[in-house]
Design a protein around this ligand. Structure first.
Ligand code: ADP
Ligand code: ASP
Ligand code: MG
Length: 471
């Protein structure tokens, strides 16, 4: 099989993890598979880079300098462990240091200008992966796995939406095939930067936080791989975030529809868009644990496998705002929903959930808290007359709310799921602020206050007995 393997931040983040990476790739090759590797930045590095850029904008250049030293030390420790104090190690460190010089001068420029553009932020954010690739490539070569570094800017062509770029499929397929096929034919392992791409005219972009998962499926689709394996630090997709619910269990099988709801609604284990390229072509995706490589993890395919469970998992997405539009004149206003969402659309904010009371007295919807101010401003401009006439009240944003989503194909047509859900939250005295059911019936989402989120997730997890392993 041709397999794209993506190793996340923790999976390339320490000597112990990198040893596992070597074993995993070696074993797959011994079993006769061809392997393409996509790597993330070492864990913590992307955050350091982005924080430093933001501080530089506020006039603090020292943060970048400290971050640089921290990142260099982390890489030096790993490369020295695998390569020893050799010219080979020095060559890798020289490449890493030259990228870190670029980082410091970019931050210097930002401080001088006092401005950080989304475009500059993408160049800086993507440096972590560019630093990681030469290191992993050299480590694999040292372990007698012939490997070649490849920059995803030569493969993944995107639009210009900095910070959340969207791949252009045809151009990407052509570039990927031309670049990767000869490397594979030579029996080598391409080691590719996750997270980043470039526009048609070569401007660097990123695919959004956690985007290396998406890189892997984009490349998998482009090269017509048989499977994509996402190597991370947990035993697959779990019934809930294991940091919130320690009793959460890995789920053996999920359909594309189920995982897309889960990742969209905050299951950090997979980037929200990552399943799309695989879904298009029916390519299987596995979520596997680098630190427990024999665990079967989660297999994601087109079909939903009956597990005897109506609800399979619960997710929470934090730092949201609920925008509420209401007023006595709402019922009589024709086309109000259209006008509202056109105005919101112009702000380029992502609307996660919409709910309208059947009395038509109000519409409410959820956007990320960081977008709330511009959404409210856009709506007040659009609805200025109605607000002046007092047909509508002033637009309000309720900050610090969370969208919870319960997901499972078995919910379709099963009565009583909502009753159990409300019962569980009622017992914990958790107030439900809004609710919506996806038309797929695979998902019910609801809004609660952020400080009640963890308690709500645990209550729902217990109610649907997700802590019990499936026989
Ligand atoms: P990587 O660096 O490998 O991409 P991430 O940190 O992005 O790893 O994603 C893995 C983490 O996602 C897990 O360590 C876990 O804490 C978190 N997570 C949140 N929700 C879930 C879930 N439903 N199933 C599994 N992991 C989850
Ligand atoms: N390094 C990037 C991030 O932290 C991408 C990734 O890890 O998938 O967001
Ligand atoms: Mg991730």
């Amino acid at each position: 099989m041709l397999i794209v393997m993506k190793f996340g931040g923790t999976s390339v983040g320490s000597v112990q993890a990198l040893e596992k990476v070597i074993e995993i790739i070696q074993r797959a090759r011994q079993q006769g598979h061809q392997v393409i590797v996509v790597v993330s930045a070492m864990n913590g590095v992307t955050n350091l880079l982005l924080d430093s850029a933001q501080r530089a904008e506020l006039g603090d250049e020292q943060a970048a300098h400290q971050a640089r030293q921290q990142i260099a030390a982390k890489h030096l420790a790993a490369t020295t462990h695998f390569l020893g104090q050799t010219p080979n190690r020095d060559a890798v460190m020289a490449e890493i240091n030259s990228l870190l010089n670029e980082f410091e001068s970019l931050c210097h420029g930002i401080r001088v200008l006092g401005e950080l553009t989304p475009r500059a932020l993408d160049v800086i954010g993507g440096l972590g992966e560019r630093i990681s690739v030469p290191q992993v490539t050299a480590i694999l070569n040292q372990a007698n796995i012939p490997a070649q570094a490849v920059s995803a800017t030569e493969l993944i062509i995107t639009d210009r939406r900095f910070g959340a770029a969207v791949p252009i499929i045809e151009a990407t397929a052509q570039k990927t095939e031309t670049k990767l096929r000869p490397i594979l034919s030579a029996g080598e392992v391409p080691v590719i930067t996750g997270f980043i791409g470039a526009t048609e005219d070569g401007i660097p972009t990123t695919l959004g936080r956690g985007g290396s998962d998406y890189s892997a499926t984009i490349i998998g689709r482009a090269i017509e791989a048989h499977e994509v394996w996402i190597w991370t630090d947990v035993n697959g997709v779990m019934t809930a975030d294991p940091r919130v619910v320690p009793e959460a269990h890995p789920i053996a099988h999920l359909s594309y529809a189920e995982i897309s709801e889960l990742s969209y609604f905050g299951a950090k284990v997979l980037h929200s868009q990552a399943i799309r390229p695989s879904r298009r072509v029916g390519m299987s995706v596995r979520i596997l644990n680098t630190f427990e490589p024999d665990h079967p993890g989660t297999l994601i395919t087109a079909d939903s496998v009956e597990s005897g469970r109506t609800v399979k998992a619960i997710t929470a997405i934090k730092a949201m705002s609920l925008i509420n539009i209401q007023g006595p004149g709402m019922v009589g206003l024709p086309g109000i929903a259209g006008r509202v969402f056109t105005a919101v659309g112009r702000t380029q904010s992502n609307v996660l959930m919409i709910s309208q009371a059947s009395s038509e007295q109000s519409i409410c919807f959820v956007v990320p808290m960081t977008d709330a101010a511009k959404v409210v401003a856009a709506l007040e401009r659009e609805l200025v007359l109605e607000i002046e006439r007092r047909d509508l009240e002033r637009i309000k944003a309720e900050d610090n709310v969370v969208v919870l989503a319960i997901v499972g194909a078995g919910m379709k047509g099963t009565p009583g799921v909502s009753a159990r859900l409300f019962g569980a939250l009622g017992r914990e005295k958790i107030n439900i602020i809004a609710i919506a059911q996806g038309s797929s019936e695979f998902n019910i989402s609801l809004v609660v206050a952020q400080d009640e989120s963890d308690c709500a997730v645990r209550a729902i997890h217990q109610e649907f007995e997700l802590d019990k392993p499936i026989e």
